[in-house]
Design a protein around this ligand. Structure first.
Ligand SMILES: CC(C)CC(=O)Nc1cccc(-c2cccc(CN)c2)c1
Length: 232
């Protein structure tokens, strides 16, 4: 997160850190007791190794009550996701067991009504992604408020030049922005997860390249279907 600030500890108890060999790679969030939603592009270069999922954390390194690392039983990228574009950039992770829910570990509801969030709505992004252009990584969860911008503005030829589909949304990226390692985290508007951070043009804090999110509502049926089929 560029231009943000340290989150109040455990006020975002749905936040997950997707880790490989103890290293934070991407964000994610708890959508059900045994399921985390993230971004498919986070699996790039992992050679299909399974993530571990850290829940209940504020600091990535310090011991904290309710902080717990979960093994993953299955990682299911959306069938339409690929490395060439940001389309269908969603990843479902089934934990080895149901997460123990408590004050520090909670499910975040996601939007099921497929209607665009109004431009200028101020939403929140959080994550352990880089906090400087030089790539400094924070130990503690960061957050930032960002206004939604219209798809028309985001699709302007000087911005993302007509690559933003109706299954994506954008926020202003002037100075304050999501960045590397924030992918997979939720864009929360009025307490509901409306989007999932995607890497987009992989630049941060440049107003010419607004932040891009995969809208969740268009994928509600896919998410429900995967969770139902793997249940039991
Ligand atoms: C395996 C993955 C971690 C590779 C990757 O995502 N790289 C990467 C590099 C630079 C910026 C970003 C990035 C992420 C989220 C939002 C934004 C822009 N708002 C940029 C992402």
């Amino acid at each position: 997160i560029l231009g943000g600030y340290e989150a109040k500890p455990h006020l975002r108890p749905y936040m997950a850190s997707l880790q490989l060999d103890g290293q934070h790679v991407c964000g994610g969030f708890l959508i059900a007791e045994q399921w985390v939603l993230s971004a498919a592009h986070c699996t790039e270069g992992t050679n299909d190794k399974l993530f571990q999922v850290l829940l209940g954390a504020h600091s990535l390194t310090e011991p904290e009550p309710h902080k717990r690392l979960y093994r993953v039983r299955a990682q299911i990228p959306h069938p339409g996701s690929n490395i060439h574009n940001n389309r269908d950039d969603l990843l479902l992770l089934q934990l080895e067991e149901k997460a123990e829910l408590n004050a520090h570990v909670k499910v975040l509801p996601f939007q099921r009504e497929d209607r665009d969030v109004e431009a200028d709505t101020v939403c929140e992004a959080a994550g352990w992604g880089t906090v400087t252009h030089s790539g400094r990584r924070p130990d503690k969860l960061q957050q930032v408020e960002r206004p939604v911008i219209s798809r028309d503005l985001c699709n302007h030829r000087t911005r993302h030049d007509h690559t933003i589909t109706e299954k994506m949304m954008c926020t202003d990226s002037r100075k304050k922005d999501t960045c590397k390692g924030d992918s997979g985290g939720p864009l929360v508007c009025n307490g509901v997860a409306e989007g999932v951070v995607t890497a987009g043009s992989r630049v941060c804090g440049n107003y010419k390249k607004p932040a891009i999110y995969t809208r969740i509502a268009p994928y509600a049926a896919w998410i429900d279907g995967v969770m139902a089929s793997a249940a039991g």
